[in-house]
Design a protein around this ligand. Structure first.
Ligand code: TYD
Ligand code: MG
Length: 485
Protein backbone atom coordinates (compact mmCIF):
# COMPACT_ATOMS: atom_id res chain seq x y z
CA UNK A 1 0.00 0.00 0.00
CA UNK A 2 1.31 3.44 -0.86
CA UNK A 3 2.18 5.39 2.22
CA UNK A 4 0.61 8.82 2.58
CA UNK A 5 3.48 11.12 1.76
CA UNK A 6 4.51 13.50 4.48
CA UNK A 7 7.72 15.33 4.99
CA UNK A 8 9.52 17.15 7.72
CA UNK A 9 9.85 20.81 6.91
CA UNK A 10 12.21 23.23 8.62
CA UNK A 11 10.14 26.11 10.01
CA UNK A 12 13.09 28.41 9.71
CA UNK A 13 14.23 27.98 6.12
CA UNK A 14 11.61 25.77 4.47
CA UNK A 15 13.94 22.86 3.60
CA UNK A 16 12.14 19.50 3.49
CA UNK A 17 13.46 16.16 4.71
CA UNK A 18 12.16 12.59 4.59
CA UNK A 19 12.97 11.82 8.20
CA UNK A 20 12.84 13.83 11.39
CA UNK A 21 16.17 15.01 12.67
CA UNK A 22 17.22 17.37 15.43
CA UNK A 23 19.13 19.78 13.27
CA UNK A 24 18.18 21.24 9.92
CA UNK A 25 21.07 20.52 7.58
CA UNK A 26 20.14 23.41 5.34
CA UNK A 27 20.22 26.29 7.83
CA UNK A 28 21.76 24.71 10.91
CA UNK A 29 18.89 25.53 13.26
CA UNK A 30 17.95 23.01 15.94
CA UNK A 31 14.47 21.63 16.58
CA UNK A 32 12.83 23.39 13.69
CA UNK A 33 11.60 20.34 11.74
CA UNK A 34 7.85 19.79 11.86
CA UNK A 35 5.96 17.01 10.13
CA UNK A 36 3.75 18.34 7.39
CA UNK A 37 1.56 16.60 4.88
CA UNK A 38 3.49 16.54 1.62
CA UNK A 39 2.44 18.27 -1.55
CA UNK A 40 0.28 15.89 -3.50
CA UNK A 41 2.37 15.96 -6.61
CA UNK A 42 0.74 15.04 -9.88
CA UNK A 43 1.82 11.51 -10.86
CA UNK A 44 4.43 11.44 -13.58
CA UNK A 45 2.21 9.33 -15.84
CA UNK A 46 -0.30 12.16 -16.14
CA UNK A 47 2.23 14.97 -16.28
CA UNK A 48 4.29 13.60 -19.15
CA UNK A 49 1.41 13.10 -21.61
CA UNK A 50 0.53 16.71 -22.45
CA UNK A 51 2.40 18.41 -25.25
CA UNK A 52 3.25 22.05 -24.52
CA UNK A 53 1.36 24.90 -26.15
CA UNK A 54 3.47 27.11 -28.42
CA UNK A 55 3.63 30.83 -27.81
CA UNK A 56 5.01 33.84 -29.61
CA UNK A 57 8.36 35.21 -28.50
CA UNK A 58 8.69 38.96 -28.24
CA UNK A 59 11.58 41.38 -28.68
CA UNK A 60 12.97 43.50 -25.89
CA UNK A 61 12.13 46.69 -27.70
CA UNK A 62 8.47 47.49 -27.86
CA UNK A 63 5.73 49.29 -26.11
CA UNK A 64 5.54 48.94 -22.36
CA UNK A 65 2.98 50.61 -20.22
CA UNK A 66 4.05 52.10 -16.95
CA UNK A 67 2.69 50.09 -14.08
CA UNK A 68 -0.48 51.89 -12.97
CA UNK A 69 0.05 53.07 -9.43
CA UNK A 70 -2.19 54.02 -6.61
CA UNK A 71 -0.63 56.51 -4.19
CA UNK A 72 -1.33 55.76 -0.55
CA UNK A 73 -1.45 59.39 0.50
CA UNK A 74 1.53 58.88 2.83
CA UNK A 75 4.51 60.40 1.07
CA UNK A 76 7.09 58.38 3.00
CA UNK A 77 5.32 55.10 2.22
CA UNK A 78 5.00 56.02 -1.45
CA UNK A 79 8.67 56.89 -1.59
CA UNK A 80 9.58 53.38 -0.48
CA UNK A 81 7.13 51.59 -2.77
CA UNK A 82 8.31 53.71 -5.69
CA UNK A 83 5.28 55.94 -6.07
CA UNK A 84 2.34 53.94 -4.80
CA UNK A 85 0.88 50.47 -4.92
CA UNK A 86 0.92 48.77 -8.29
CA UNK A 87 -2.30 47.13 -9.48
CA UNK A 88 -2.24 43.40 -8.95
CA UNK A 89 0.97 43.47 -6.97
CA UNK A 90 1.65 41.82 -3.65
CA UNK A 91 3.77 43.46 -1.01
CA UNK A 92 5.18 41.84 2.10
CA UNK A 93 5.76 44.05 5.14
CA UNK A 94 7.94 42.53 7.84
CA UNK A 95 8.99 43.84 11.22
CA UNK A 96 9.36 43.08 14.91
CA UNK A 97 6.19 42.68 16.96
CA UNK A 98 4.96 46.02 18.23
CA UNK A 99 7.02 48.07 15.80
CA UNK A 100 3.87 49.55 14.26
CA UNK A 101 3.02 47.48 11.18
CA UNK A 102 -0.69 47.39 11.95
CA UNK A 103 -0.64 51.09 12.77
CA UNK A 104 1.06 51.98 9.50
CA UNK A 105 -1.33 49.88 7.44
CA UNK A 106 -4.40 51.13 9.29
CA UNK A 107 -3.32 54.66 8.47
CA UNK A 108 -2.59 53.83 4.83
CA UNK A 109 -5.88 51.99 4.26
CA UNK A 110 -7.85 54.76 5.98
CA UNK A 111 -6.26 57.46 3.86
CA UNK A 112 -6.98 55.52 0.69
CA UNK A 113 -10.52 54.79 1.77
CA UNK A 114 -11.06 58.47 2.47
CA UNK A 115 -9.81 59.20 -1.03
CA UNK A 116 -12.65 57.08 -2.33
CA UNK A 117 -10.95 53.74 -3.01
CA UNK A 118 -12.41 50.49 -1.72
CA UNK A 119 -10.00 49.11 0.86
CA UNK A 120 -10.29 46.02 3.01
CA UNK A 121 -8.41 45.26 6.19
CA UNK A 122 -8.38 41.63 7.26
CA UNK A 123 -6.97 40.96 10.68
CA UNK A 124 -6.11 37.42 11.65
CA UNK A 125 -4.51 38.45 14.91
CA UNK A 126 -6.81 40.95 16.48
CA UNK A 127 -10.54 41.06 17.00
CA UNK A 128 -12.56 43.70 15.17
CA UNK A 129 -12.94 45.65 18.41
CA UNK A 130 -9.17 45.94 18.78
CA UNK A 131 -8.75 47.16 15.22
CA UNK A 132 -11.54 49.69 15.80
CA UNK A 133 -9.92 50.85 19.01
CA UNK A 134 -6.67 51.51 17.18
CA UNK A 135 -8.48 53.40 14.42
CA UNK A 136 -10.23 55.48 17.08
CA UNK A 137 -6.93 56.30 18.71
CA UNK A 138 -5.59 57.36 15.34
CA UNK A 139 -8.63 59.53 14.76
CA UNK A 140 -9.52 57.48 11.70
CA UNK A 141 -12.65 55.72 12.91
CA UNK A 142 -14.75 57.50 10.31
CA UNK A 143 -12.76 56.18 7.34
CA UNK A 144 -14.81 53.79 5.20
CA UNK A 145 -12.39 50.86 5.50
CA UNK A 146 -14.06 47.45 5.35
CA UNK A 147 -12.97 45.27 8.25
CA UNK A 148 -12.97 41.56 9.00
CA UNK A 149 -11.33 39.25 11.49
CA UNK A 150 -10.87 36.12 9.37
CA UNK A 151 -8.21 33.53 8.82
CA UNK A 152 -9.56 31.22 6.15
CA UNK A 153 -8.08 32.10 2.80
CA UNK A 154 -10.93 30.44 0.89
CA UNK A 155 -13.54 32.47 2.79
CA UNK A 156 -11.58 35.66 2.29
CA UNK A 157 -11.22 35.12 -1.44
CA UNK A 158 -14.88 34.18 -1.82
CA UNK A 159 -15.95 37.32 0.04
CA UNK A 160 -13.62 39.63 -1.84
CA UNK A 161 -14.62 38.21 -5.21
CA UNK A 162 -18.09 39.65 -4.70
CA UNK A 163 -18.87 43.22 -5.66
CA UNK A 164 -16.31 45.71 -6.86
CA UNK A 165 -12.73 44.53 -6.59
CA UNK A 166 -11.03 46.30 -3.69
CA UNK A 167 -8.13 48.54 -4.64
CA UNK A 168 -6.11 47.55 -1.59
CA UNK A 169 -6.35 44.54 0.70
CA UNK A 170 -4.31 44.19 3.87
CA UNK A 171 -3.78 40.74 5.34
CA UNK A 172 -2.49 41.11 8.89
CA UNK A 173 -0.62 38.62 9.12
CA UNK A 174 0.15 35.89 6.61
CA UNK A 175 1.24 33.57 9.45
CA UNK A 176 -2.32 33.41 10.78
CA UNK A 177 -3.88 32.45 7.44
CA UNK A 178 -4.76 28.90 6.52
CA UNK A 179 -6.13 27.20 3.47
CA UNK A 180 -8.07 23.94 3.09
CA UNK A 181 -5.85 22.76 0.29
CA UNK A 182 -3.07 21.67 2.61
CA UNK A 183 -3.35 19.76 5.83
CA UNK A 184 -0.65 21.35 7.97
CA UNK A 185 -1.44 23.56 10.93
CA UNK A 186 -1.69 27.36 10.48
CA UNK A 187 1.65 29.07 10.78
CA UNK A 188 3.64 26.19 9.35
CA UNK A 189 5.78 26.74 6.31
CA UNK A 190 3.46 24.76 4.03
CA UNK A 191 0.38 26.72 5.15
CA UNK A 192 2.08 30.09 4.85
CA UNK A 193 3.31 29.22 1.39
CA UNK A 194 -0.02 27.87 0.16
CA UNK A 195 -1.98 30.81 1.62
CA UNK A 196 0.40 33.32 0.08
CA UNK A 197 0.14 31.52 -3.25
CA UNK A 198 -3.67 31.66 -3.20
CA UNK A 199 -3.69 35.35 -2.32
CA UNK A 200 -1.08 36.19 -4.95
CA UNK A 201 -3.14 34.36 -7.56
CA UNK A 202 -6.18 36.41 -6.48
CA UNK A 203 -4.23 39.66 -6.77
CA UNK A 204 -2.92 38.85 -10.25
CA UNK A 205 -6.37 37.76 -11.43
CA UNK A 206 -8.36 40.70 -10.12
CA UNK A 207 -5.81 43.50 -10.12
CA UNK A 208 -6.23 44.27 -6.43
CA UNK A 209 -3.05 45.27 -4.59
CA UNK A 210 -2.44 43.08 -1.53
CA UNK A 211 -0.23 43.82 1.44
CA UNK A 212 0.80 40.82 3.51
CA UNK A 213 2.11 41.43 6.99
CA UNK A 214 4.86 39.01 7.95
CA UNK A 215 6.38 38.23 11.32
CA UNK A 216 10.09 38.26 11.76
CA UNK A 217 12.18 35.76 13.66
CA UNK A 218 14.51 36.80 16.43
CA UNK A 219 17.38 37.34 14.02
CA UNK A 220 15.36 39.68 11.86
CA UNK A 221 14.43 37.37 8.97
CA UNK A 222 10.85 37.29 7.84
CA UNK A 223 9.47 34.14 9.46
CA UNK A 224 8.37 31.23 7.37
CA UNK A 225 9.80 30.17 4.09
CA UNK A 226 12.04 32.43 2.12
CA UNK A 227 9.89 31.36 -0.83
CA UNK A 228 7.23 33.87 0.19
CA UNK A 229 9.81 36.60 -0.24
CA UNK A 230 10.53 35.27 -3.72
CA UNK A 231 6.84 35.05 -4.63
CA UNK A 232 5.83 38.60 -3.75
CA UNK A 233 6.64 41.69 -5.82
CA UNK A 234 8.10 43.75 -3.03
CA UNK A 235 9.38 43.20 0.47
CA UNK A 236 9.44 46.11 2.88
CA UNK A 237 10.98 45.92 6.28
CA UNK A 238 9.83 48.13 9.11
CA UNK A 239 12.65 48.75 11.53
CA UNK A 240 13.42 50.74 14.61
CA UNK A 241 14.53 50.35 18.16
CA UNK A 242 11.78 49.79 20.66
CA UNK A 243 13.12 52.47 22.98
CA UNK A 244 13.12 55.07 20.25
CA UNK A 245 10.37 56.83 18.43
CA UNK A 246 11.87 56.61 14.96
CA UNK A 247 10.74 53.94 12.57
CA UNK A 248 12.39 53.29 9.25
CA UNK A 249 10.63 51.60 6.38
CA UNK A 250 13.12 50.11 3.97
CA UNK A 251 12.52 48.27 0.76
CA UNK A 252 14.46 45.03 0.63
CA UNK A 253 13.12 43.92 -2.71
CA UNK A 254 11.00 45.82 -5.20
CA UNK A 255 10.09 44.68 -8.68
CA UNK A 256 8.55 48.06 -9.50
CA UNK A 257 10.80 50.56 -7.80
CA UNK A 258 14.03 51.36 -6.04
CA UNK A 259 15.43 49.22 -3.23
CA UNK A 260 17.59 51.78 -1.54
CA UNK A 261 14.93 54.25 -0.47
CA UNK A 262 13.93 54.65 3.14
CA UNK A 263 10.81 56.16 4.62
CA UNK A 264 11.16 57.71 8.05
CA UNK A 265 8.34 57.84 10.58
CA UNK A 266 7.98 58.85 14.16
CA UNK A 267 5.66 56.92 16.49
CA UNK A 268 3.56 59.38 18.43
CA UNK A 269 0.53 59.05 20.66
CA UNK A 270 -1.57 59.65 17.57
CA UNK A 271 0.02 57.08 15.34
CA UNK A 272 2.89 57.33 12.89
CA UNK A 273 3.95 60.76 11.79
CA UNK A 274 5.88 61.12 8.57
CA UNK A 275 9.29 62.68 8.88
CA UNK A 276 10.00 64.59 5.71
CA UNK A 277 13.45 65.76 6.74
CA UNK A 278 15.24 62.92 8.52
CA UNK A 279 18.52 64.79 8.97
CA UNK A 280 16.91 67.20 11.41
CA UNK A 281 15.61 64.25 13.37
CA UNK A 282 18.87 62.32 13.47
CA UNK A 283 20.81 65.39 14.54
CA UNK A 284 18.24 66.71 16.99
CA UNK A 285 19.93 65.34 20.09
CA UNK A 286 23.54 65.94 19.27
CA UNK A 287 26.07 65.85 21.99
CA UNK A 288 28.00 68.92 20.98
CA UNK A 289 31.67 69.16 21.74
CA UNK A 290 32.37 65.68 23.03
CA UNK A 291 35.06 63.57 21.43
CA UNK A 292 34.13 60.54 19.34
CA UNK A 293 31.30 61.93 17.29
CA UNK A 294 31.32 62.91 13.64
CA UNK A 295 28.49 63.90 11.35
CA UNK A 296 28.28 61.86 8.18
CA UNK A 297 26.66 63.36 5.10
CA UNK A 298 25.09 60.26 3.58
CA UNK A 299 22.66 59.42 0.82
CA UNK A 300 19.71 57.10 1.36
CA UNK A 301 18.11 56.34 -1.96
CA UNK A 302 17.59 59.66 -3.63
CA UNK A 303 17.70 61.70 -0.48
CA UNK A 304 20.63 63.08 1.49
CA UNK A 305 20.57 62.19 5.18
CA UNK A 306 22.92 63.59 7.78
CA UNK A 307 23.52 61.37 10.74
CA UNK A 308 25.83 61.36 13.73
CA UNK A 309 28.36 58.54 14.04
CA UNK A 310 29.55 57.83 17.57
CA UNK A 311 32.69 55.97 18.53
CA UNK A 312 34.11 55.09 21.90
CA UNK A 313 37.66 53.79 22.02
CA UNK A 314 38.53 52.66 25.53
CA UNK A 315 41.54 50.75 26.93
CA UNK A 316 40.75 47.06 27.04
CA UNK A 317 41.46 44.56 29.75
CA UNK A 318 40.58 41.67 27.49
CA UNK A 319 42.99 39.53 25.52
CA UNK A 320 40.86 40.05 22.45
CA UNK A 321 39.48 43.59 22.59
CA UNK A 322 35.78 44.06 22.02
CA UNK A 323 34.44 45.42 18.77
CA UNK A 324 30.75 46.27 19.08
CA UNK A 325 28.86 47.91 16.24
CA UNK A 326 25.28 49.11 15.97
CA UNK A 327 23.98 50.40 12.65
CA UNK A 328 27.05 49.70 10.57
CA UNK A 329 28.78 46.70 9.07
CA UNK A 330 31.22 45.18 11.54
CA UNK A 331 33.48 43.98 8.72
CA UNK A 332 33.65 47.54 7.48
CA UNK A 333 34.65 48.74 10.95
CA UNK A 334 37.41 46.12 11.11
CA UNK A 335 38.67 47.31 7.77
CA UNK A 336 38.80 50.95 8.85
CA UNK A 337 40.56 49.95 12.07
CA UNK A 338 43.10 47.92 10.10
CA UNK A 339 43.80 50.83 7.75
CA UNK A 340 44.24 53.15 10.74
CA UNK A 341 46.75 50.72 12.26
CA UNK A 342 48.64 49.92 9.11
CA UNK A 343 48.86 53.28 7.40
CA UNK A 344 48.29 55.93 10.01
CA UNK A 345 50.22 54.58 12.99
CA UNK A 346 47.12 54.48 15.17
CA UNK A 347 47.49 51.59 17.60
CA UNK A 348 44.08 50.20 18.43
CA UNK A 349 44.87 46.62 19.34
CA UNK A 350 44.81 47.34 23.08
CA UNK A 351 41.47 49.15 22.94
CA UNK A 352 37.83 48.16 22.97
CA UNK A 353 35.94 49.86 20.18
CA UNK A 354 32.24 50.67 20.36
CA UNK A 355 30.56 52.19 17.37
CA UNK A 356 27.02 53.45 17.01
CA UNK A 357 24.94 55.20 14.40
CA UNK A 358 22.63 57.63 16.19
CA UNK A 359 18.88 57.45 15.76
CA UNK A 360 18.65 53.77 14.87
CA UNK A 361 19.60 54.27 11.22
CA UNK A 362 21.54 51.53 9.41
CA UNK A 363 24.22 52.71 7.05
CA UNK A 364 25.36 50.65 4.08
CA UNK A 365 27.28 53.26 2.15
CA UNK A 366 31.08 52.98 1.90
CA UNK A 367 31.10 56.79 1.96
CA UNK A 368 30.70 56.56 5.75
CA UNK A 369 34.30 55.32 6.15
CA UNK A 370 35.84 58.76 6.50
CA UNK A 371 33.34 59.94 9.10
CA UNK A 372 33.75 56.68 11.01
CA UNK A 373 37.52 57.01 10.99
CA UNK A 374 37.25 60.62 12.17
CA UNK A 375 34.98 59.59 15.05
CA UNK A 376 37.31 56.75 16.05
CA UNK A 377 40.45 58.90 16.03
CA UNK A 378 38.60 61.70 17.80
CA UNK A 379 37.64 59.34 20.61
CA UNK A 380 41.10 57.82 20.89
CA UNK A 381 42.86 61.18 20.84
CA UNK A 382 40.22 62.71 23.09
CA UNK A 383 39.90 65.50 20.58
CA UNK A 384 36.39 66.76 19.83
CA UNK A 385 35.81 67.35 16.15
CA UNK A 386 34.52 70.71 14.99
CA UNK A 387 30.77 70.66 15.56
CA UNK A 388 30.05 72.46 12.31
CA UNK A 389 31.77 69.92 10.04
CA UNK A 390 30.43 67.02 8.02
CA UNK A 391 32.50 64.15 6.68
CA UNK A 392 32.17 61.78 3.77
CA UNK A 393 34.51 59.65 1.66
CA UNK A 394 35.42 56.05 1.11
CA UNK A 395 38.68 54.71 2.49
CA UNK A 396 40.66 52.27 0.41
CA UNK A 397 42.90 49.58 1.84
CA UNK A 398 45.95 51.63 0.88
CA UNK A 399 44.83 54.43 3.17
CA UNK A 400 43.77 56.73 0.33
CA UNK A 401 40.45 58.55 0.49
CA UNK A 402 38.42 57.58 -2.55
CA UNK A 403 35.80 59.74 -4.24
CA UNK A 404 32.09 59.09 -3.72
CA UNK A 405 29.04 60.03 -5.74
CA UNK A 406 26.48 62.79 -5.23
CA UNK A 407 28.77 65.34 -3.63
CA UNK A 408 26.55 68.36 -4.47
CA UNK A 409 23.50 66.79 -2.81
CA UNK A 410 25.46 66.01 0.35
CA UNK A 411 26.90 69.51 0.55
CA UNK A 412 23.56 71.15 -0.11
CA UNK A 413 21.90 69.26 2.73
CA UNK A 414 24.77 70.12 5.08
CA UNK A 415 24.56 73.80 4.19
CA UNK A 416 20.80 73.72 4.66
CA UNK A 417 21.21 72.40 8.18
CA UNK A 418 23.70 75.08 9.12
CA UNK A 419 27.00 73.25 8.80
CA UNK A 420 29.96 75.43 7.86
CA UNK A 421 32.54 72.96 6.56
CA UNK A 422 32.86 69.67 4.86
CA UNK A 423 35.73 67.22 4.86
CA UNK A 424 35.66 65.35 1.59
CA UNK A 425 37.84 63.33 -0.81
CA UNK A 426 40.30 65.35 -2.86
CA UNK A 427 38.94 64.01 -6.15
CA UNK A 428 35.37 65.05 -5.51
CA UNK A 429 36.27 68.59 -4.64
CA UNK A 430 35.80 69.47 -8.30
CA UNK A 431 32.20 68.22 -8.14
CA UNK A 432 31.30 70.74 -5.48
CA UNK A 433 29.34 73.71 -6.75
CA UNK A 434 31.08 77.05 -6.38
CA UNK A 435 28.28 78.38 -4.20
CA UNK A 436 28.21 75.39 -1.84
CA UNK A 437 28.11 77.70 1.16
CA UNK A 438 30.60 75.53 3.03
CA UNK A 439 34.32 75.68 3.58
CA UNK A 440 35.74 72.60 1.89
CA UNK A 441 38.66 70.67 3.29
CA UNK A 442 39.79 67.97 0.94
CA UNK A 443 41.84 65.02 2.10
CA UNK A 444 43.84 62.77 -0.17
CA UNK A 445 44.95 60.26 2.44
CA UNK A 446 43.60 59.17 5.77
CA UNK A 447 46.90 59.84 7.54
CA UNK A 448 46.66 63.59 7.00
CA UNK A 449 43.19 63.64 8.59
CA UNK A 450 44.43 61.56 11.51
CA UNK A 451 47.39 63.89 12.08
CA UNK A 452 45.05 66.84 11.92
CA UNK A 453 42.69 65.44 14.57
CA UNK A 454 45.42 64.07 16.82
CA UNK A 455 47.18 67.43 16.90
CA UNK A 456 44.19 68.87 18.69
CA UNK A 457 43.76 66.18 21.34
CA UNK A 458 45.24 64.79 24.47
CA UNK A 459 45.64 61.06 24.57
CA UNK A 460 43.35 59.67 27.18
CA UNK A 461 45.17 58.56 30.34
CA UNK A 462 48.26 60.65 29.59
CA UNK A 463 47.30 63.12 32.24
CA UNK A 464 45.37 62.86 35.46
CA UNK A 465 41.70 62.30 36.21
CA UNK A 466 39.98 64.97 34.13
CA UNK A 467 40.05 63.34 30.69
CA UNK A 468 39.10 60.03 32.27
CA UNK A 469 35.98 61.56 33.74
CA UNK A 470 35.20 62.92 30.32
CA UNK A 471 35.68 59.50 28.80
CA UNK A 472 33.33 57.97 31.32
CA UNK A 473 30.60 60.47 30.57
CA UNK A 474 31.13 59.79 26.90
CA UNK A 475 30.28 56.17 27.56
CA UNK A 476 26.62 57.11 27.79
CA UNK A 477 25.34 57.15 24.25
CA UNK A 478 24.47 60.68 23.28
CA UNK A 479 20.86 59.95 22.59
CA UNK A 480 20.15 59.19 26.23
CA UNK A 481 21.28 62.63 27.24
CA UNK A 482 19.73 65.81 26.12
CA UNK A 483 21.84 68.85 25.69
CA UNK A 484 20.18 72.22 25.47
CA UNK A 485 21.12 74.70 22.79
P1 TYD B 1 1.18 47.87 16.23
O1 TYD B 1 0.83 48.60 14.99
O2 TYD B 1 0.10 47.08 16.88
O3 TYD B 1 2.45 46.92 15.98
P2 TYD B 1 2.60 45.60 15.10
O4 TYD B 1 1.37 45.43 14.27
O5 TYD B 1 3.84 45.82 14.30
O6 TYD B 1 2.80 44.48 16.06
O7 TYD B 1 1.77 48.97 17.21
C1 TYD B 1 2.13 48.63 18.45
C2 TYD B 1 2.79 49.72 19.26
O8 TYD B 1 2.61 51.02 18.80
C3 TYD B 1 2.21 49.64 20.61
O9 TYD B 1 3.25 49.35 21.50
C4 TYD B 1 1.60 50.94 20.89
C5 TYD B 1 2.23 51.85 19.88
N1 TYD B 1 1.31 52.88 19.40
C6 TYD B 1 1.58 54.21 19.67
O10 TYD B 1 2.55 54.55 20.32
N2 TYD B 1 0.73 55.17 19.18
C7 TYD B 1 -0.38 54.85 18.47
O11 TYD B 1 -1.13 55.75 18.04
C8 TYD B 1 -0.66 53.47 18.20
C9 TYD B 1 -1.86 53.07 17.44
C10 TYD B 1 0.21 52.52 18.69
MG1 MG C 1 -0.06 43.93 14.35
Amino acid sequence: MAKASSSFVCQNCGAAFNRWQGKCEACGEWNTLVEEAGDNAVPVSIRAKRRGRTFKLESLAGKSNDAPRLPSGMAELDRVTGGGFVRGSVLLVGGDPGIGKSTLLTQATSLMAKAGHRTVYISGEEAIAQVRLRAERLGLAAAPVELAAETSVEDIIATLSEGATPKLIVIDSIQTMWTDTVESAPGTVTQVRASAQALIRFAKKTGAAIILVGHVTKDGQIAGPRVVEHMVDAVLSFEGEGSQQFRILRSVKNRFGPTDEIGVFEMTGLGLREVGNPSELFLSERDLGSPGTAVFAGIEGTRPVLVELQALVAPSTLGTPRRAVVGWDSARLSMVLAVLEAHCGVKLSGYDVYFNVAGGLRINEPAADLAAAAALVSSLANAPLPTDAVYFGEISLSGAVRPVAQTPARLKEAAKLGFARAVLPEQTRGDAPADAGLALQSVGGLSSLVADIAARGTRRGDDDGAPRAKAASNATPARFRRQEG
